[in-house]
Design a protein around this ligand. Structure first.
Ligand SMILES: Cc1ncc(COP(=O)(O)O)c(C=O)c1O
Length: 392
């Protein structure tokens, strides 16, 4: 059968292995914080009330998703991120990964060029590369995208007659660096994007977990009716990734065009019912509690990295979210370090996969502190430091 498959497919998936003792990969969350009792009660209530609608695709309602959940998302983002607009500008998707696929499908063809942050979400880098699309990384500092560099890249591309299809940015709790772009830079970024007719794809999947500063207005909010920004977010980080519920927010014609590309006959209804019932009275309190837990873990991980690795290694102090980003001395190869670490029961994401320039990323790595408990964080960082020292 495999011989009959297309020849340009990615390598087949390996067989699943349980995680090792010290697992710092992926975007898992704190298991003890999942509000499963509240979600169970919410789901039972919702099913008792309207469970017979499961007979119909999309519960018999709009293919944009379950309306009460779209209303919740619209009102939350109005309050938290300043985004104006109603439920018809919200498309519920199967995790924000589906948002990335829909937007890429709508906007990209092989040979195109997109702009990304120099360190960015690996799931986006691999998607872009698989589509045969070029990506150019824009430098980051503590406030996110460096605008002078963005302008110089845009000018350089212009001399080659290249118009990037979009800029993909994670301005609030950047993955992997954990930075938050300040408001004045957001305004300036939008100005630049307008000047160069550069669409912005804003991914705010960690923004509900911002603790280092007040959450700034999103680029989409600042854009108003400008039509310059497509926005996506997710319940993966604020509630639970296994739910697979995310959302896209854009102007209605854009949402309807994306919907035409969404071929899964609807995002899972049980998850949407549970969230729509649970969130209006519980979301804020839940997220506040979760942030407290994650912040404690972040502090423990930063402290462990500093004490185990010393001055050799720089570590970010994240302003939210679930990751720290480590930079090693020049010449370090974290792809090789990952192989040695695996032998010692430790896994992390090497920086090469989380960077537009894979070579630049080779002396960097990302650790997720969402799932491991405090002892595992301390023990795992100590074990990783031992592997690193042995590799020198
Ligand atoms: C920046 C970013 N965008 C999107 C996703 C996808 O998340 P999900 O599909 O679970 O919503 C992730 C997951 O880690 C992410 O870090």
């Amino acid at each position: 059968m495999l011989a009959s498959f297309r020849s340009d497919l990615p390598a087949a998936s390996g067989t699943w292995q349980p995680p090792p003792e010290y697992s710092f990969v992926g975007g898992h969350n704190d298991a003890a914080s999942v509000p499963f009792s509240g979600l169970a009660e919410a789901l039972v209530n919702a099913l008792r009330r309207e469970g017979s609608n499961l007979a119909y695709y999309n519960l018999g309602g709009s293919p944009l998703g379950y309306r009460p959940l779209r209303e919740f998302v619209a009102s939350q983002l109005g309050a938290r991120a300043g985004i104006q607009g109603g439920p018809d500008q919200v498309l519920m998707v199967s995790g924000s990964l589906q948002a990335l696929d829909l937007v890429n499908n709508a906007m990209l063809t092989p040979g195109d060029t997109v702009l990304v942050e120099q360190a960015t979400y690996g799931g986006m880098v691999s998607r872009i590369e698989r589509m045969g699309v070029n990506h150019v990384g824009i430098e980051l500092d503590n406030g996110g995208i460096v605008l002078d560099h963005l302008r110089s890249v845009l000018d350089e591309l212009r001399t080659q007659d290249i118009s990037p299809r979009y800029l993909y940015t994670i301005p609030t709790v950047q993955n992997p660096t954990g930075s938050v772009m300040p408001l004045d830079r957001r305004r300036a970024l939008l100005g630049l994007a307008r000047e160069y007719s550069l669409p912005i794809f804003e991914d705010e999947c960690y923004a509900d977990l911002t603790w280092g500063c007040e959450r700034p207005l999103s680029l989409r909010a600042l854009d108003g009716d400008g039509g310059q920004v497509i926005y996506c977010g997710s319940f993966s980080k604020s509630i639970a990734p296994a739910l697979r519920v995310g959302y896209v927010i854009a102007d209605e014609p854009v949402i309807r065009q994306l919907l035409a590309l969404k071929t899964d006959a609807g995002t899972g209804s049980l998850e949407q019912l549970a969230l729509a019932e649970y969130c209006p009275s519980n979301f804020t309190e839940h997220v506040d509690r979760l942030m407290y837990t994650l912040r404690t873990k972040a502090d423990a991980m930063v402290a462990a990295v500093r004490s185990e690795f010393g001055d050799n290694v720089q570590v970010t102090e994240p302003m939210g979210g679930i990751y720290v980003w480590l930079t090693f001395p020049a010449g370090t190869n974290t792809d090789a370090l990952a192989l040695a670490a695996n032998q010692a029961g430790i896994e992390f994401n090497p920086g090469s996969g989380w960077s537009s320039d894979h070579e630049w990323g080779k002396r960097r790595l990302r650790l997720c502190f969402g799932a491991p408990d405090l002892d595992t964080i301390r023990g795992g960082v100590a074990a990783l430091a031992q592997v690193y020292r042995a590799s020198l």
